[in-house]
Design a protein around this ligand. Structure first.
Ligand SMILES: CC(=O)N[C@H]1[C@@H](OP(=O)(O)OP(=O)(O)OC[C@H]2O[C@@H](n3ccc(=O)[nH]c3=O)[C@H](O)[C@@H]2O)O[C@H](CO)[C@@H](O)[C@@H]1O
Ligand SMILES: C=C(OP(=O)(O)O)C(=O)O
Length: 435
C-alpha cells in the first residue's frame, strides 16, 4: 500500500486543470457495448477505476485502442460472453462500482448478463434493487446466487414498460436507460436520476441513434430502436474534482484558478461553496478562487445554523460533502453537515478531530462543525484513506495543517484522482508518494 507524506502549511498558487468526470466515464464506456460499431471517447480520466473497467471490456473481447492520452476507440463487435463466468471476471468486477453498468447493455444486446456484487467505496449499504427491478420490468428474469454473490439476468427479448423507480439511483438509471434503448416499444422511467453524468450518457446514446426524451429531467421516455451505431463523445470536466480544488484553495488560503471547469454543469455546487463564505469568480468557463484568510458561513434567513445536505440532482452531490466538512473546520461560524444518502461516510471525522478540528459526530449521517476561523491551524497526523472523497478531504486537511502528515491507503485516492500528488506539487504543495 502506497503512502503520501505531506509537509503542510504551504500556500499554493496557480492553475489546476480538472480531469474528465470519473462517473461519466464509467457510464459511457459501458455504453460502447451497445453497438458493433466504433465509438471514440475523449477526455477519459486515466484513473484506477476507469482503467479497470477498460481492462474488463478488453477481456470481454472489446477492441480498445488508446489513440492518445485520454482518447480511446472502442469496438464491441466480437464479445466472449464466457468470460463473464470466469474467476478472473469475478475478481476484476468486484473491485469497482462502475462494473455494474455492463449488465444493461449486455442484456439488451445478448439477452443475458452476469455480474458479481460490485465494489466501490465502502460508504454504507449500496443496494442494487433499483437496477434489477427496472430490468425485470423490461422483461428480464433475475437470479441471485447468495453463496457466490453473483447476479444473473436473462431474457428472450426486452419490451418497453412504464416504471417508477423506488429511488433515483445514478448507476441504476444508467443501466435501465441503456437496456431500454434496444427494447421493443416505449419505456418510461419516472424518478430517474438526472446527474450531468446521465445527461451526457443520454446525449451520447442519442448520437448513437437512440430516441430519448426528457434528458436532464426525472422523467425519461425511450423509444426502443433495433440497433445503435458508433459515435464520438467527449467527457465533461469532473465536477467533484472542481469542488475538491475549490475546497483546497479555501483551506490553504491559496489563489487557484480552475480553467475549463464546465461551469454550466456544476448546478448548485458554486452557490453551496458561497454559502460557506468562499469567494468564487466565474470568468467564462474558469473559476478563480482568491486567497482568503477568512471565510464566514452564512446562517439561514431566520438566523438558524446552516445545513449542507446531499440530495439527488439537482440537489448537492453526496460526493462533495466530505470536502464541505473539511473546509468548514476552518470557517468562521458553524454548520451541520447532513449526509443523507450514505451511512458510513462521515466516520473519517475522527481523524480531523485528532488534528484539532471541532466536530461533533451526532450520528452516522450528521456532523456539526464548529469552525475555527483559521485561528487554530490543524496539526499534522498519521491517517488512512477510507474512501476516495474522505481521502481527498484528509489530503486537503494535511496540506493546510501545521507539520507533517502521512496518509496510508492512497490507492483509494488514486481510484478517482489522476496523479493528484504531481498536479498539486506543480503549484507548490509538498507531497511525496512512498511506495
Ligand atoms: C460510479 C458512480 O456513478 N457512483 C456514484 C453513484 O453511485 P450509485 O449509483 O451506486 O448510487 P445510487 O444513486 O444508487 O445511490 C447512492 C445512495 O443513495 C441512496 N439514495 C439514492 C437515491 C435516492 O433518491 N435516495 C437515496 O437515499 C441509495 O440508497 C444509496 O445508498 O451515485 C452516487 C450518488 O450520487 C455517488 O455517490 C457515486 O459516486
Ligand atoms: C462513491 C464514489 O464512487 P463509487 O460509486 O465508484 O464507489 C465517489 O466517486 O465518490
Amino acid at each position: 500500500m502506497a503512502t503520501f507524506h505531506i509537509e503542510g502549511g504551504h500556500k499554493l498558487a496557480g492553475e489546476l486543470h480538472p480531469q474528465g468526470a470519473k462517473n461519466e466515464a464509467l457510464e459511457v464506456i459501458c455504453a460502447t457495448l451497445l453497438t458493433t460499431e466504433q465509438v471514440t471517447i475523449s477526455n477519459i480520466p486515466e484513473i484506477r477505476d476507469v482503467l479497470k473497467l477498460i481492462e474488463i471490456l478488453t477481456e470481454l473481447g472489446v477492441k480498445v485502442n488508446r489513440v492518445q492520452k485520454g482518447m480511446y476507440l472502442f469496438q464491441a463487435d466480437q464479445l466472449d460472453m464466457h468470460y463473464l463466468q470466469s474467476e478472473q471476471f469475478a475478481q476484476q468486477a468486484t473491485s469497482l462500482r462502475g462494473s455494474i453498468m455492463i449488465i444493461g447493455p449486455l442484456l439488451a444486446r445478448f439477452g443475458q448478463a452476469y455480474i458479481p456484487q460490485p465494489g466501490g467505496d465502502k460508504i454504507g449499504r449500496r443496494r442494487l434493487d433499483t437496477h434489477f427491478v427496472g430490468l425485470q420490468k423490461l422483461g428480464a428474469q433475475f437470479n441471485y446466487d447468495p453463496d457466490k454473490h453473483f447476479y444473473h439476468v436473462e431474457t428472450e427479448k426486452l419490451l418497453g414498460a412504464y416504471m417508477l423507480l423506488d429511488e433515483a439511483s445514478v448507476t441504476g438509471t444508467a443501466n435501465i436507460l441503456m437496456a431500454a434503448t434496444l427494447a421493443e416499444g416505449t419505456t418510461t422511467i419516472y424518478n430517474a436520476a438526472c446527474e450531468p453524468y446521465l445527461q451526457q450518457l443520454s446525449n451520447m446514446l442519442v448520437a448513437m441513434g437512440a430516441k430519448i426524451d426528457g434528458i436532464g429531467s426525472n422523467l425519461l421516455r425511450i423509444e426502443g430502436v433495433s440497433e445503435l451505431k458508433g459515435c464520438k463523445h467527449t467527457i465533461l470536466p469532473d465536477m467533484i474534482e472542481v469542488g475538491s480544488f475549490i475546497g483546497l484553495a479555501a483551506m490553504t488560503s491559496s489563489e487557484i484558478t480552475i480553467p475549463n471547469a464546465g461551469v454550466n454543469h456544476l448546478g448548485i455546487i458554486p452557490d453551496s461553496f458561497k454559502r460557506l463564505g468562499i469567494q468564487l469568480n466565474i470568468q467564462g468557463d474558469s473559476i478563480h478562487i482568491p486567497a482568503q484568510d477568512s471565510y464566514e458561513i452564512e446562517t439561514f434567513i431566520d438566523g438558524s445554523i446552516m445545513t449542507i445536505a446531499d440530495a439527488p440532482w439537482p440537489g448537492l452531490t453526496p460526493d462533495l460533502l466530505s470536502i464541505f466538512l473539511v473546509i468548514a473546520t476552518q470557517a468562521k461560524g458553524s454548520v451541520l453537515i447532513h449526509q443523507k444518502m450514505f451511512e458510513s461516510r462521515l466516520f473519517f471525522v475522527d481523524k480531523l478531530i485528532d488534528m484539532g478540528a471541532q466536530i461533533i459526530l451526532c450520528d452516522p449521517h450528521r456532523a456539526t462543525v464548529i469552525g475555527q476561523n483559521k485561528k487554530h491551524q490543524l496539526k499534522g497526523t498519521t491517517m488512512s484513506s477510507p474512501d476516495i472523497r474522505a481521502g481527498v478531504a484528509l489530503l486537503i486537511a494535511a496540506l493546510s495543517a501545521q507539520g507533517e502528515s502521512k496518509i496510508y491507503n492512497i490507492e483509494q485516492i488514486d481510484r478517482g484522482y489522476e496523479g493528484i500528488d504531481q498536479r498539486l506539487n506543480s503549484i507548490g504543495a509538498k507531497i511525496e508518494r512512498v511506495d
